[in-house]
Design a protein around this ligand. Sequence first.
Ligand code: CA
Length: 246
Amino acid sequence: MSNLTDTVILVIEDEPDLRAGLQHNLELEGYKVETAADGRDGLRKAKDGSASLILLDLGLPHVPGLEVLRQLREAGHETPIIIISAKGQDRDKVQGLELGADDYLTKPFGLSELTARIRAVLRRTQIGAKAGVGDKTGVGGVMHFPDLVVDWRRFSILRDGAETQLSRYEADILRMLVEHRGEVVSRQDLLRRVWGYVHLPTTRTVDNHIARLRKKVERDVEKPVHVVTVHGLGYRFESQLLKEEA
Ligand code: CA
């Protein structure tokens, strides 16, 4: 709670009553609140980077919400975004999440639900930032797992005396999974960290790269033991680290 007053939430919402209500209630919760009444102003305020989190309506004048989201992620802005929208259709939700939104709330929603989602997203993204996701912290040298050796210096897999080269994407995916070994990594996390949304791929792209990665790290791709699928959630690196050489 100590740094709550440093947490700025940018509310991009065109409906005046809802915008004012969100501002009032979030300020009562101890957040600093900035507001924007249309997509163009919202994009400008989001790009100045002072917000810790953005609440983004989808139906907005000038620039629609999904376009605001797309432009922010394409420009490399990683500010966590929760979509708030009257449109409860799955297609908007899926598209928003594929474009890099962190969560989604359908109107009408209660204040307690909203603040719970805000706290959860901030916790998740701040933990991710501290863990240095995407850099080389915690992964390096040569790592030995049961029936699998990864040489990070050479971006290769060693097995049965043979060396298999990893592509850049395969190495980046494997690094993220190994950094978070034992935890589920979602396709969305992989898209954001590995591809960075510069060339927006679909989650199908992640699955295709995982399939190629498995051909290199798994002895039997039909029964993966290292990179396992967690249905509906993503992937998890399961193997225990046996030995690490610098
Ligand atoms: Ca609206």
